[in-house]
Write a new protein. Sequence first.
Length: 252
Amino acid sequence: MLLRLAGPLQSWGERSVFGNRDTLPFPTRSGLIGMFAAAQGRRRDENLDPYGPLGFTVRIDRPGRLIEDFHTVGGGLPASHGLPTSEGKRRDTALVSRRHYLSDAVFVVAVTGPDRLIAQITDALETPVWAPGLGRRACVPDEPLLLRTDVEDPVRELTERVPLSSSHQPAPGRKTVPVDFIWDTPPEGMATAQRYETTDVPLSFTPGDRRFSSRPLWRTTEELPATLYAPRPSSRALIDYALAACAKEEPA
């Protein structure tokens, strides 16, 4: 299947703690699996092994802008009404936290895996138990979220057919446009791929026992056909792309 992740704010944390919640510059495996699990109505303490076979390829249509949200809690209160501490006392100062977001970012994600699992996830995203969020519940996605289902080769769709956002306007006279990709398996024949590690493989979402492991990722810049660029609003071009698949599925 193909997902379009866009909205006013996104936040894909990797090493977040209460006082400082970070975000990576692209969707994480843990964030995407969390979205699927929420749509399917799975509890936080349920086994995550069924999502193990899933593969993700991310096309960065618009990287967005990193912003910081500064929070204070419990300030200006008398000591007797301050926030409780783990020692059973009360704080006499405000609790400060910083939360980071990507503003106005757009990603298109190819999701691969066993047919039955993909079908279950797509059904859940169309009629979710809990609403999908872009890394956090407060980050509501734009439509369309689910671009296409039952795609034979979703990675090829990313590189050859899915319309590009307006931030990728090709230079005059050029037939291609450079677009960044994130791969979770080594891309074939791409010697210039940049490899690095990220800690975003979820082992447990259980409150009080959240655990993650590391994995390698590869980042490349691919030259895509300039014909994918949509001079009209890119959201309209993507909606048309999504509706085209629906039209093919309707009986004549």
